[in-house]
Design a protein around this ligand. Structure first.
Ligand code: ADP
Ligand code: MG
Length: 284
C-alpha cells in the first residue's frame, strides 16, 4: 500500500468490504507550550460498512474533537485515521467524491441561511459534478426520505422549525449517498417528539448501507439506533461493545454512571423510568 502511488485516487485498494473508518491510536492536543492540553489520547475505533456506532460521553470528553479529527479539521498529534482505506489527509478529495459527510453539532451551522432548501440539497451533488437537471430530482427524493413535503424546497432555513432544519441537514448529508456520515449531537437540540422521529429516520436510512457515527452526551437517546457504543471519558475510550452489552453489562464505572446504575458521583444519573425505557428499547 505504501509503495509507489503515482495517482493517489487510483492507487487506493478499496473494494468496499474493509472498514469504512479506522481510527488507530489517535491523539489530539489543543494549544501550544504551557497551554497545550490533551483532548484525545490513544483512541482506536473501527467501523464496518453500514454499521451505526454511538460515541457517548459528557460535555468536554472529546466527542466533537474526534469528529473533527476524523474529518481532518484538526491535526492528529498521534495515530492515524483512514476512511475507506484512505488517510484523512485526503479528506478534501473524499468529500468531493461524497464518501464522507458531516452534520454539525449546531444545526444552524449545517445550512447556509442564504440558500433555499433546494439549493442546500443540490449543492453537494453539484460539487460532485452531477448536472443540475439530475441533481434536483435526486434532492427531492431525499426530502421524501426525511419525511418532509416538497413545498419546503423554495424556503430559506430561517423559515423552518428546528426539527425541519435538522431533517434537511440529514438529507443534505445523505444526498451524495456517502459511505459514512458523522452526526454530532443530531438530536440534542430537539424536543422529544422530533428526537424520536429523527432517530427513526436514521434507523430507516441504515437500510441503504450507510455507516453512521452518532455522537451524543446521552446514551439513552442513541442506544436504540446504534449497533455498537463507544464511551469517551476525558479524551480516552474507556469502553466499547455492542449497544446491548454496554447497556446490560457496563464494565467501566463511568458507563455505569451514565446509565445511572452507580451511586451518584457527578451530574444526575438516569432515573428508574429512563433506565427501564432504555432497556425496553434494546429488548425490542
Ligand atoms: P465534547 O464534544 O465531548 O463536548 P470537545 O471535543 O468539544 O468535547 O472538547 C474536548 C476538550 O477539548 C475540552 O476540554 C475542550 O475544552 C477542549 N477544546 C475543544 N475545542 C477546543 C479548541 N478549539 N481549542 C482549545 N481547546 C478546545
Ligand atoms: Mg461536542
Amino acid at each position: 500500500m505504501t509503495t509507489a502511488a503515482p495517482q493517489a485516487e487510483e492507487a487506493v485498494s478499496d473494494d468496499g468490504t474493509g472498514p469504512v473508518l479506522e481510527v488507530s491510536g489517535l491523539g489530539v492536543h489543543y494549544g501550544r507550550g504551557r497551554k497545550r492540553r490533551r483532548a484525545l489520547h490513544d483512541v482506536t475505533l473501527s467501523i464496518a460498512p453500514g454499521e451505526a456506532v454511538g460515541v457517548i460521553g459528557e460535555t468536554g470528553s472529546g466527542k466533537s474533537t474526534l469528529a473533527r479529527a476524523v474529518l481532518g479539521l484538526v491535526p492528529a498529534s498521534a495515530g492515524s485515521v483512514r476512511i475507506a482505506g484512505e488517510e484523512v489527509s485526503a479528506y478534501g478529495s473524499l468529500r468531493r467524491r461524497g464518501v464522507i459527510q458531516y452534520v454539525f453539532q449546531d444545526p444552524l451551522r449545517s445550512l447556509d441561511p442564504d440558500l433555499t432548501i433546494e439549493d442546500s440539497l443540490v449543492e453537494p451533488l453539484l460539487i460532485q459534478g452531477v448536472p443540475r437537471k439530475e441533481a434536483v430530482p435526486r434532492a427531492r427524493t431525499f426530502l421524501d426520505r426525511v419525511q418532509l413535503a416538497p413545498d419546503l424546497l423554495e424556503r430559506l432555513p430561517g423559515e423552518l422549525s428546528g426539527g425541519q432544519r435538522q431533517r434537511i441537514a440529514v438529507a443534505r448529508a445523505l444526498v451524495t449517498e456517502p459511505r459514512l456520515v458523522i452526526l454530532d449531537e443530531p438530536v440534542s437540540a430537539l424536543d422529544s417528539a422530533n428526537r424520536v422521529q429523527i432517530l427513526e429516520i436514521l434507523k430507516e436510512l441504515r437500510a441503504s448501507g450507510v455507516a453512521l457515527v452518532l455522537i451524543s452526551h446521552d446514551l439513552g437517546s442513541v442506544a436504540g439506533t446504534a449497533d455498537r457504543i463507544a464511551v469517551l471519558y476525558r479524551g480516552e475510550l474507556v469502553e466499547a461493545g455492542t449497544a446491548h452489552d454496554v447497556v446490560r453489562r457496563p464494565r467501566h464505572p463511568y458507563t455505569r454512571l451514565l446509565l445511572g446504575s452507580a451511586p451518584t458521583l457527578r451530574g444526575r444519573p438516569a432515573d428508574r423510568a429512563e433506565r427501564e425505557a432504555l432497556r425496553a428499547l434494546l429488548d425490542a
